[in-house]
Design a protein around this ligand. Sequence first.
Ligand SMILES: [Zn+2]
Length: 313
Amino acid sequence: MRQDVAIHPLVSPWGRFGLYSFFIDAPEPAIVDTGIASSPAEGMAPALAALGRRIEDVRWILLTHGHIDHVGGAHALWEMTGRRAQVVIHEADAPLLRSRRAHVDEYVAGRGRYLADPDGASKVEAAGNAVISGEMEPTLLVTGGETLSLGGDVTVSVHAIPGHTPGAVAYVVDGQNDVFVGDAVQAHGAANFFPGYEDPFAARTSLEYLRDEVRPRHLYLGHPYRRADGTPYGVELDADEAREALQGSLDLEARIRDSAQQRLRAGLQQTDSPYSPFAGVAEELGYDKDPSLEPSPFFTTMNGYAKEHRTHG
Ligand SMILES: [Zn+2]
């Protein structure tokens, strides 16, 4: 048995968020998720220096999914490694690394349908320009099932966990079951107090897979998501907390599903409510936060149920 490799959270500030990346201290060091454009220089480099490690020695950039607060720093970090690091992302989310425009298209096709903000798309475009450090071709596309060698006998396996985005993946440090899931396990949400997922059924299946098959010894989250009582989990959960967060995410998904499906079957009503046409769902779930705050998990998720309803009834 080899000794466990150490995992270190690296935090970079962004507005009301703390953006979390994770350093895997392997012979070929890895960083999971990259924050935004400024994160590698301002957050990661000093944190690694404090650990006695150098950012230019990083050899793996492991992206859990394509959202701007996870891929925004990828190009900048890759440059800091002299373009020697492998940049890994699922092929279904790769367009979000290749193109800033893809983030606008995703907004328009999803939550933007419900956010009655005429400037919504241009705000998303401006955010992409500000926080994505560069458009780039990934150096390694994955689909789940791959094993990556981080030197010595350290390996990381890739697991497809679609739902939050189509190309969401978990990275698992083999033999020690440390599991990085990005935003796939949200419990009661982060700053906006609502979990966001594009494909509810896939999200549910992925949560069950993590709970029943992967069974994390440690679970690393992309943000300090909240429990039912509003208190945040940390971003580094032990096995018991991981089970609780996975089960809590599943329980809440079931409640949201129930409510959304009832309203969709009854027919949606446009009203003056900021939650329109899903005001009934917000009311039933007691959700009273601002649903227009980007990235608007409420409408992302509602759009997911509406799509399911159109497809399956
Ligand atoms: Zn995300």
